[in-house]
Design a protein. Structure first.
Length: 385
């Protein structure tokens, strides 16, 4: 793009996670290298994304809207429908005030900002970045995305298939690797206890209980082992965290546990592991797996979402082991195998670091965003002629 461009990037959750990390990293890169300036739009709330974004030099605005409820909650669904026109009007006013050149909406069910973009005739980039919508209704939302968006992005081909857009025009847009990860190089640990770890917020989709069960099985074979947790305990899933804590105590794993909580930069944590373990039951494209690849650490990951697309991006030179979802036994077996074969673990780590640099760098991801914005603008211009 030859002239300065203003993008309004809209998130439906203000808690810092994979989507907000991608948005803030790409926004900072584009403003520095491409004269593309991003205004991050967040819902009202007490999450930490606004603080992180401002520290990175990304401006933030907030807007109130009704979050889409679970389909089973009929009362809230009706309230959401009733308040939808008002939410659309608020986004429409924001777009007109900011005079954005493009709107980037994250999340298939995030209808108000998308509808407002169409009414304002602003190029719409719609990003399918999760699979939280049940598979039986996901194609309905995918159809809305295809009909309304000027450019459709999907975090992985698995996500595109989930929403039924795999056979229509779309771009696969995996998240970028934090550049700080490339500054750290994983090396096999020769002394001390073996260390396996999970990098994830404590919520049911991350399958923390399956990691706990797998770690307990590993500890039955290797007593001298440390089990690392890096990720926030979410207030919205406090009961789930208590259940996981009870399981840790029930399985006698507590003496081996090291819990770090939220970690701003996970590279040092990953470099200190022998194996990263990812036990999610649903993923779009796992950031911890990508970051482990960049560091050069081997992974054992559940076959959720687009994880296989990452670890087996080069099928002849895999960057880790993919195991069935919700299978602690298979997970533990794969972890023990890598711990017992350090040369193979190191080879997978080298494969991952190469792939991360070639395909998943911040520069590559920012370039794909730039092309998406330009493509959306071209399509919108063609449609209005």
């Amino acid at each position: 793009m030859d002239a300065r461009v203003y993008v309004l990037n809209v998130l439906f959750d203000d808690r810092f996670g994979g989507s907000s990390k991608r948005v803030t990293q790409v926004a900072r890169y584009l403003s520095t290298h491409e004269d593309v300036h991003t205004l991050l739009c967040l819902p009202e709330g007490d999450g930490n994304t606004a603080e992180v974004a401002r520290e990175m030099g990304v401006p933030v605005t907030r807007i109130g809207f009704e979050r889409i409820p679970r389909p089973s909650d009929v009362r809230r669904v009706l309230r959401w429908i009733f308040r939808l026109p008002g939410d659309v009007r608020r986004f429409l006013a924001l777009y007109r005030r900011e005079r954005s050149d493009a709107v980037h909406v994250n999340g298939a069910f995030f209808l108000p900002p998308a509808i407002a973009a169409k009414l304002a005739r602003v190029p719409l980039v719609w990003h399918l970045n999760d699979t939280v919508i049940p598979k039986r209704v996901a194609p309905f939302f995918g159809t809305l995305v295809r009909l309304m968006a000027d450019r459709v992005l999907a975090t992985s081909e698995d996500v595109a298939r989930h929403y039924g857009v795999a056979d229509s025009p779309h771009d696969v847009m995996p998240p970028p690797v934090d550049p700080r990860c490339f500054e750290v190089v994983w090396t096999p640990r020769k002394d001390g206890p073996r260390r396996i770890g999970l990098v994830a917020n404590w919520n049911p989709l991350k399958g923390v209980e399956y990691f706990v069960r797998a770690a307990a099985l590993v500890r039955e074979r290797l007593e001298d082992i440390e089990v690392v947790f890096a990720g926030a305990r979410l207030g919205t899933h406090a009961e789930y965290a208590r259940e996981v804590d009870a399981l840790i105590d029930e399985l006698g794993l507590r003496p081996a546990v090291h819990e770090y909580g939220f970690v701003p930069s996970v590279a040092p944590v990953l470099a200190g592991l022998d194996v990263l373990v990812m036990t999610s039951t649903a993923e779009a494209s796992s950031m911890p797996v990508l970051e482990a690849m960049a560091v050069g650490a081997p992974s054992v990951a559940s076959d959720a979402g687009g994880v296989r697309e990452l670890l087996h991006a080069d099928p002849k030179n895999p960057a880790g082991v993919v195991v069935p979802i919700r299978d602690p036994e298979a997970t533990a077996t794969a972890v023990l195998d890598l711990l017992g074969r350090p040369e193979e673990a190191a080879r997978m780590g080298r494969n991952g670091r190469r792939l991360a640099g070639e395909r998943f760098s911040l520069e590559a991801c920012a370039g794909r965003h730039l092309e998406a914005y330009a493509g959306a603008a071209r399509r919108r211009a063609d449609a209005t002629r």
